[in-house]
Design a binder for this molecule. Structure first.
Ligand SMILES: NC(=O)C1=CN([C@@H]2O[C@H](COP(=O)(O)OP(=O)(O)OC[C@H]3O[C@@H](n4cnc5c(N)ncnc54)[C@H](OP(=O)(O)O)[C@@H]3O)[C@@H](O)[C@H]2O)C=CC1
Ligand SMILES: O=C(O)[C@@H]1CCC=N1
Length: 272
């Protein structure tokens, strides 16, 4: 922090890093950001005086000493992308990683055992301030660094902190990837409507509006999700006929257990 200003180095400005940066700039959470990305991702921010775009970590502005280094590259790119920031991290920045699978120990190995590291998992609704992140700090993170990471993550929506890092793999499977499962539901609902005779544009409008409306109702209502489901399900009516298929053995609840287990396994594999 320079004279009370918050300075961020963002490594990887793609879908998730870009969504976070947009939220920081919009909410004023960041006074200066240097975004490193070899692709066109950060170009959309180039007109903002607070943002400097670099194509490589070797081209950082002279003397740049960020408060936080946010790692937002794909886990598979980590070995190429992350080592170049060792000096800058060792000058006192906290590392905030949103990469699936990559553990706190991974960054301690890379940057030194004394490095303050926060491992977090956001999701793409952060782009509209409606995401949720879960974060875990290592013991080196100071209260001020934790508050800074909390502020950065809150620009994208809700934030939960946990102590057990192993939960982050499950969080990754549940809420990190969760929006994709919901978009699949929209696609599947629309496709099923078309298969049953609806025009495609009407089917897609019904699916998008129904899923987003139901999501907003779930957010605003004090009733449980189960009760909200029952409120739609008239005894021996049409919804009950559909749920008899969806909730049968091997149906959505069973599939979701398998899906979350597969994603959790994959997150653990990406640690290496
Ligand atoms: N997408 C999501 O919903 C979520 C993603 N995450 C995590 O966020 C991270 C990024 O994912 P996502 O945004 O989807 O991926 P993207 O591919 O959209 O973004 C990654 C960006 O990093 C760039 N990049 C590649 N190599 C380097 C490098 N050496 N230095 C700097 N930037 C580089 C890529 O450029 P290029 O494309 O040119 O290679 C790309 O623009 C991942 O670790 C993922 O696990 C976490 C939560 C949710
Ligand atoms: O699919 C992935 O690996 C990343 C992590 C969570 C969402 N996208």
């Amino acid at each position: 922090m320079t004279s009370g200003k918050t300075e961020v180095l963002l490594v990887g400005c793609g879908k998730m890093g870009g969504a976070l940066l947009a939220g920081w700039l919009k909410g004023g959470a960041v006074d200066r950001a240097v975004a490193v990305d070899p692709g066109p991702g950060p170009d959309v921010f180039a007109g903002d005086a607070r943002v400097t775009v670099c194509r490589s970590g070797l081209d950082l502005p002279a003397g740049f000493a960020p408060d936080v280094v946010v790692i937002a590259v794909k886990p598979q790119m980590m070995a190429d992308a992350a080592p170049v920031y060792r000096d800058i991290v060792q000058r006192g920045a906290v590392v905030l990683s949103i990469a699936a699978g990559k553990t706190i120990a991974h960054f301690e190995d890379l940057y030194g055992a004394a490095t303050p590291v926060v491992r977090a998992m956001p999701n793409t609704p952060a782009a509209i301030g409606r995401g949720i992140s879960v974060a875990v700090p290592n013991a080196r993170v100071t209260p001020a660094q934790r508050a800074l990471c909390d502020r950065l993550l809150q620009a994208g929506g809700a934030v939960e902190w946990v102590d057990d890092e192993a939960l982050i793999d499950v969080v990754t499977a549940t809420s990190g990837g969760g929006p994709a499962y919901v978009f699949l539901l929209i696609e599947s609902l629309a496709a099923a409507g078309v298969a049953a005779g609806l025009p495609a544009d009407l089917a897609m409008k019904l699916a998008r509006t129904t899923v987003s409306g139901a999501g907003e109702l779930a957010r605003q209502s004090s009733e449980t999700a189960e009760q909200l489901r029952k409120n739609v399900t008239s005894p021996n009516g049409t919804t009950q006929a559909a749920l008899g298929v969806l909730m049968a053995e091997g149906g959505v609840p069973d599939l979701m257990v398998r899906a979350i287990a597969a994603a959790t396994r994959r997150s653990r594999e990406l640690a290496d």
